[in-house]
Write a protein that binds this ligand. Structure first.
Ligand code: OTU
Length: 589
């Protein structure tokens, strides 16, 4: 299919979103004309190798829903110093069987504090200390050879306050001023009442007084992150242009950062609004036309029920796809709650809620990432299990932070005693490796780490390892002495990669378990939406994976299985799940 044929076929879907979004402002003919011009121009520039990739992917639309689709997420600087340095470390990713690489903080960020790279000052340039966009393009070619797809963050809710658009707005350019949202004090106060806070402790409020802008600029996150005004169709065109240009550099996937926040509506909490979904559908349709190899991934850290719509929906006009991949944040949170309370109840509920994906879509599953574990997203799920979910969640979080004799060494994030927000910490520190005093405690920590890795892998998603977790890297307390980072607790779990630890005992054990789990999944043939197996035992989670049945014991005590079988992980016949153990029963379905 040529690009023109795709344009003809997909135009109604794309145009429908533009009409829904901007039709109320007048006719969308000129916007539609500008959009088509943009698609044609960027597609004309698309390199031959990427057009070939487009064709291959169109022939194999489920290419990323496969048992061997495993991911890795890392900071470039913390992993290898520079983009060129990273190119020299692709072997480590290959040794883990990685097929998908998410690079954090790659694009040029604001000077000084940049929220770990999420305050972007130029979407089309690489952070100068890391290298150049040409080096990234070269890296993508190297990665493609290794069958690894590069994912970068598209922080499309906000730019840095020193982005060219923001600078022009501050200088009084009316075109760019309309890229942002400026309210007077009374309006800002009125809106604030309906809005939750993302960083209540370090960046309270959703507005920042900026005298050059003559009012209060909408800043959901840090004051230097200015929310884009998606009611302005020029913002849509500008971000689409960015996405197409990056895709033409070899970026194969975009992590749509903070996607839930895009559209603002008076009187609402401004999260997950229908228009936000129309924007994602429009971006998807546009990429389907001009760069169809490209994947979209939704980062929507919101209550479980609001998450599946980011895959897309049929609202009477046929299925309208949004993202190929969506973070299963609730499953991640549930895994940690389950560890803390030695109960499989919450992950069982989330697995049950995670089924029924559309074709050509999958969860991105993970145990840890660069952010805190935000507890609130599973409150509703827990309420169905327990009439006092807040108390129960707080108990689990505090346990993982070391309260009540807990082995976890997490730290509260943006929580202030009364309000429970999130917890920080590396996977190993949260799972008890940091506090372990002897071989027995270390063994227990290794098992808990493998257990959470098994949850991400056996549940069928694109299971992504966060940098250093495969080595068991512990919390990095050094950020507290760095004046530029001390206020931001998430640096606790953003340690520098310790390449010397690669041959150490922890890395051998944890990495070995991880590779074994990945091999088991490949052998099982499992991928895609998870299916729950009832076990009858409160601590035991059962998940079907391909031909296999996988049992995860979140308790310290062993649990007898209802039937025995061959465990792929040990090769032995097994009828019991030991404390914090994983049993992967071959061909048992
Ligand atoms: C995302 O996160 C990023 O992952 C964070 O690193 C950024 O700080 C943030 O966006 C702003 O760009 O709101 O819905 O720790 O879970 O901020 C997604 C809180 C988000 C994050 C939250 C998040």
């Amino acid at each position: 299919m040529t690009m023109e044929e795709r344009l003809a076929a997909i135009a109604p879907r794309l145009r429908r979103q533009l009409d829904r979004l901007y039709g109320a402002q007048g006719d969308t003919d000129s916007l539609w004309a500008a959009t088509q011009t943009l698609l044609r121009e960027r597609h004309a520039e698309r390199p031959a190798a990427l057009r070939a990739l487009d064709a291959a992917r169109l022939d194999d639309a489920e290419w990323f829903v496969r048992p061997d689709m495993l991911g890795y997420s890392t900071y470039v600087d913390r992993y290898a110093g520079t983009v060129a340095g990273l190119a020299g470390r692709v072997d480590h990713l290959e040794s883990l069987g990685v097929r998908y690489l998410h690079l954090l903080a790659l694009l040029k960020a604001r000077e000084g504090d940049s929220d770990g790279g999420f305050a972007v000052s130029d979407y089309l340039a690489v952070e100068p200390r890391l290298g150049t966009i040409d080096e990234v393009e070269a890296l993508t070619a190297r990665l493609r050879e290794a069958r690894i797809s590069l994912c970068v963050d598209l922080a499309l809710n906000h730019t840095a306050d020193d982005h060219l658009w923001a600078k022009a707005a501050k200088a009084g350019d009316p075109f760019y001023r309309d890229f942002y949202i400026v309210l007077d004090a009374a309006e800002a106060r009125a809106r604030e009442a309906a809005l939750p806070q993302v960083f209540p402790a370090t960046a309270p409020g959703n507005f920042t007084l900026v005298p050059e802008m003559g009012g209060h600029v909408w800043t959901t996150f840090y004051p230097f992150q200015w929310d884009l005004n998606w009611r302005n169709p020029s913002v849509f065109l500008a971000i689409l242009d960015v996405a197409l240009r990056l895709a033409n550099r070899g970026v194969e996937a975009f992590r749509l950062d903070s996607i839930a926040f895009l559209w603002k509506q008076p009187g609402s909490d401004c999260r997950n609004l229908p228009e936000t979904h129309y924007i994602v559908r429009a971006l998807r349709a546009a990429l389907d036309i001009a760069a169809p190899a490209t994947l979209l991934k939704a980062e929507a850290i919101v209550p479980t029920a609001f998450v599946p719509p980011y895959f897309g929906r049929d609202e009477g006009e046929g299925f309208e796809p949004e993202c190929h991949l969506v973070y299963n944040n609730s499953l991640m949170v549930a895994g940690w709650v389950a560890l803390a309370e030695q109960s499989a109840a919450l992950p069982a509920a989330i697995v049950a809620a995670s089924g029924g994906l559309p074709r050509g879509a999958n969860w991105l599953s993970y145990a840890r990432c660069h952010d805190d574990i935000g507890w609130g997203s599973v409150l509703g799920d827990l309420r169905a299990i327990d009439p006092a979910p807040e108390k129960r969640l707080a108990a689990a979080a505090h346990f993982l932070e070391g309260a009540d004799g807990g082995w976890g060494r997490g730290a509260p994030f943006q929580s202030d005693g009364a309000v429970l927000h999130g917890s920080n910490g590396t996977m190993a520190s949260l799972a008890g490796l940091e506090s372990a005093c002897d071989a027995e405690e270390r063994e227990a920590a290794y098992r808990r780490i493998a257990l959470l890795n098994a949850l991400t892998i056996a549940s069928g998603g694109l299971a992504t390892t966060y940098m250093g977790d495969e080595l068991g890297l512990l919390n990095d307390y050094g950020y507290r002495d760095d004046p530029g980072r001390a206020h931001e607790g998430r640096w606790l779990h953003r340690p520098e990669m310790d390449w010397a630890a690669l041959d150490g005992a922890a890395a051998r054990r944890i990495g070995g378990d991880l590779r074994a789990l990945r091999a088991a999944r490949v052998a099982s043939g499992g991928a895609g939406a998870p299916a729950l197996i009832e076990t009858g035992a409160p601590a035991l989670l059962g998940v079907a994976c391909g031909r296999d049945r996988v049992f995860l014991n979140f308790g310290a005590a062993s649990v007898a299985l209802t039937s025995a079988g061959r465990d792929r992980l040990t090769g032995a016949t097994c009828d019991t799940a030991p404390g914090w153990g994983v049993v992967w029963l071959e061909g048992a379905r």
